[in-house]
Design a binder for this molecule. Structure first.
Ligand SMILES: NC(=O)c1ccc[n+]([C@@H]2O[C@H](COP(=O)([O-])OP(=O)(O)OC[C@H]3O[C@@H](n4cnc5c(N)ncnc54)[C@H](O)[C@@H]3O)[C@@H](O)[C@H]2O)c1
Length: 319
């Protein structure tokens, strides 16, 4: 199968590219290279430095004729979307529409669309939360991810486009970079390795910090491989169902690295979802998928990658 991955030079997209190659598929990537990225794509992946907003996106599909588009490209920061809703709409709503219009015109069979379980199910009354929960969206990022899901339904009904929506929990693993507010795992790892203190933001009634559902990127890749042939017209949570508080992540990392530094404790930040975890039974049923990597093993592999890339900071070392 030939698969075009948008955002395929980012953290998750580049891991998915390798998983598709390993499964014997042909992969091309469309990415405007706007994120700092630790990815270095294998030489047998063709990279087109193009935006999903570009009027030339259709020409790329005409040239490459992929069977499936795997849509990872996005503005991924929730705070940025609050600050600049127009920017988020341009990339996450209009950019997706541009991809969908081109997909229909150039006979793409299926879209795998990456949405966010964490943003859509944040602070739901039932945790772990399943896909039937109607989200109460408090950020343009969540609104546009949800809008994208509705557009897929529209294109499937009107144009017969197949789709699977994967709503990710908190993904961590090799190639994730510490960039500001996203990614507690790389932020804590980098700080501990550099002998810098880590900051824990916590609600007064939940002093060990907010809870999240941490899913390892290799498990996420397996879901993307399964979605090539399964779960058409379905919206699926991709996580572990396990709530882990931030202090536990810190303790696991401190133990792995063998270094304990004092935690700086701060009150919660505006908009911090207090508790979150995803019920993933639907993915188990429709994708025949389950996460298999315990948190400690995933953290150990991520740490090995980070230590390696800090020793050899060339692009190749990041592979
Ligand atoms: N990391 C997580 O925990 C998480 C959780 C839920 C959902 N997601 C979603 O997963 C996807 C990938 O996230 P990531 O963490 O790998 O982020 P990332 O920033 O590493 O990857 C995103 C990629 O998209 C590219 N991109 C951005 N705007 C583009 C545009 N206009 N045209 C073409 N390419 C563009 C960037 O250059 C980057 O390579 C995103 O859709 C994000 O919303 C991530």
């Amino acid at each position: 199968m030939k698969i075009l991955i948008t955002g395929g030079s980012g953290f998750i997209g580049s891991n998915v590219a390798e998983a598709y190659l390993s499964a014997g598929h042909e992969v091309v990537v469309a990415d405007n290279l706007s994120s700092d990225s630790a990815a270095c794509l294998p030489s047998d992946v063709r990279l087109y430095p193009i935006s999903i907003e570009s009027p030339d996106f259709g020409n790329l599909l005409k040239l490459e004729q992929p069977d499936v588009i795997n849509h990872h490209a996005a503005q991924k920061s929730v705070p940025m979307s609050v600050e600049n809703p127009m920017l988020d709409a341009r990339i996450n709503a209009l950019g997706l529409l541009n991809v969908l219009e081109a997909a229909v015109q150039h006979n793409v069979r299926k879209i795998i669309y990456i949405s966010s379980g964490g943003a859509l199910a944040g602070d739901a009354p039932v945790i772990p939360t399943d896909e039937s929960y109607i989200p109460k969206m408090i950020s343009p990022y969540a609104i546009h991810k949800y809008l994208g899901e509705q557009y897929l339904h529209f294109y499937s009904v009107t144009h017969g486009l197949e789709y699977t929506v994967l709503r990710y929990a908190n993904v961590y693993g090799p190639r994730q970079i510490a960039d500001g507010e996203c990614g507690v795992v790389p932020i804590f790892m980098n700080n501990l390795l550099s002998n810098q203190p880590c900051t824990l933001f916590a609600y007064a009634n939940q002093p060990r910090g907010t809870t999240r559902d941490y899913v390892y990127v290799k498990d996420v890749c397996a879901a993307n491989v399964a979605a090539l042939t399964k779960a058409n017209q379905a919206v699926l949570n991709i996580g572990t169902g396990i709530e882990v508080d931030t202090e536990t992540v810190y303790e696991e990392l401190a133990q792995l690295i063998g270094r304990e530094l004092p935690l700086i404790r701060r009150p919660e930040r505006v908009g911090d979802v207090q508790r979150s975890a995803l019920d993933c039974r639907k993915a188990a049923e429709l994708l025949d998928w389950k996460p298999t990597t315990p948190l400690r093993d995933g953290l150990r592999e991520t740490l090995a990658w980070l230590e390696d890339s800090r020793r050899k900071p060339s692009a190749e070392a990041h592979r």
